[in-house]
Design a protein around this ligand. Sequence first.
Ligand code: 5GP
Ligand code: ZN
Length: 116
Amino acid sequence: MSNDNCLFCKILDGEIPADLVYESDTAVAFRDINPQAPTHVLVIPRKHIATINDIEADDEAIIGSLYSAAREIASREGIAKAGYRAVMNCNEGAGQSVFHIHLHVLGGRPLSWPPG
Ligand code: 5GP
Ligand code: ZN
């Protein structure tokens, strides 16, 4: 399930430290090392899934759990009412740089649309 060469699997395994803010049976969340907003949390599945393109039908509950995590984190961070973004990049052309899917949860400042 875990991938030896994957940075986020190493965080899941405790090999690389991270500022964890949320854990469930299926998802873990930690603060982004290079935050782009006052709140910038990455929500990842415990299962190694490289990109959105690699999500399988059996993963639907896992993917749903990422959004449940985002909702909970937004509430705890006090950004739920003002608004926040929960976004996942897919492949290099969209800016994905770590190939273990992750939901960026961004908030605490006005966020413009469309993104660059
Ligand atoms: P992507 O570009 O793949 O959508 O997002 C990857 C995110 O992971 C980036 O926002 C980057 O700052 C973050 N990141 C990269 N390496 C680390 C790390 O070692 N620890 C943490 N907490 N975040 C990381
Ligand atoms: Zn991984």
